[in-house]
Design a protein around this ligand. Sequence first.
Ligand code: GDP
Ligand code: IMO
Ligand code: MG
Length: 429
Amino acid sequence: MAIDVILGLQWGDEGKGKIVDYLASSYDIVARFQGGPNAGHTLKFDGKKFVLHTVPSGIFRPGLLNLVGNGVVIDPITLAAEIRELEKAGVNYNGRLLLARKAHLILPTHRYLDAASENAKGKAKIGSTLKGIGPTYMDKTGRNGLRVGDISRSNFKERYQTLKEKHLSLLEIYPPTAFALEEEEQKWMESLEVLRQLKQVDGEYFINHALRDGKRILAEGAQGSMLDIDFGTYPFVTSSNTITAGVCIGLGVSPDKIGEVIGISKAYCTRVGSGPFPTELDNATGERLRAEGGEFGATTGRPRRCGWIDLPQLRYTIMLNGVTQLAITKIDVLNAFEQIEAATAYRIDGQSTQELPYDICDQPIEPVYQAYPGWQRSLDGIIAYEELPAPAQDYLRALEKALEVPITMISTGPERNKLIVKAKRPVGV
Ligand code: GDP
Ligand code: IMO
Ligand code: MG
């Protein structure tokens, strides 16, 4: 068996949670492979709404196993809070929520360092979610980190103290930043008890044995490819590899085990936090997209920056990920628009190009747009592709043609069942 992958092709918040929750019923295991509580994945079904940060989006599908892989960074405080929400909703997560022993832990002082580092950057700040992601991955690659499996070691307290002391001395290089360390530390220690009760596994053996036994596995990405530490809009990125290659590292599987790669894109584009965004609309149209799309962060509540879909950007992330099918979400957000636009190329220094330049941060990029007529009607109740209004079908066909990957899913609303599933056919059909 192979592992199928779902990941975001833009700057995050493409609707990964919704699509994973929908597809989960066809799988035995859903596994998160990177990121941490900077993620906010929204699920809506039966009139209820849940936002998941660390727990994989398969948790609401009874019987399915959910693995938090070694590539994920875990904050026990956020995870314990999520578990309380699951308990309130009557979800039986016992034995169904598994933690990889090699996943790293976010300490309170990692969050403290995140806040102090962002503060010190002033105008150059990344717009981090301040969940301690950067400092935790720094300790991982710096070989100082603490991992889930360390919790049960006899020297855990000692190692915690050593790392904390190191963080406190690092904090001295920054201007003072408010942080209730003692309070946060107490919550952290209490939350460790919740973690201790969860099942821990050697994730790499767990996944490979499951594959050998013919289990169907879906890897759930967090963030988006344009936030990838290597290929995103550096330094305005997150600290993990968000692309398909991250699945191998973050779960412990070899590249030949990757099956379908489902890339998700909104029918337009958003970004939250600082950094370049070539098609951003800092005008009334951008405001309209934000209002129609309810574009406010699921983790921080910050307004998301909005703009038209960016085809050179998507071609780039499709290339990086080896995308085999596309899911286009939030197409209903465009319902009221008289005209829709898509950037088909960039103009840089007077030259037209399809490729993202090395210096995307400081070099002026002028997108070249193509306009498409809107459909100006609701898509409610539409369950088949053929029922979509002709201008919507034309827009989707144009995207497919430009991106050279078949669109197999079209999401028409936040609820689980508002999804049109199309058989995988040759592009443009
Ligand atoms: P994720 O991080 O990729 O899982 O996405 P988020 O949950 O952060 O943001 C996506 C937002 O759009 C959430 O509020 C979803 O409920 C909502 N959403 C997902 N799909 C659709 C859709 O097709 N139409 C509309 N209108 N909203 C959607
Ligand atoms: P999901 O999984 C959108 C952005 C932050 C910031 C940058 C670095 O819900 O799509 P970090 O906290 O990682 O240090 O922040 O990355 N960011 C996201 N933007 N969706 C996310 O996750 C994000 N996770 C991080 O806004 O610009
Ligand atoms: Mg999100």
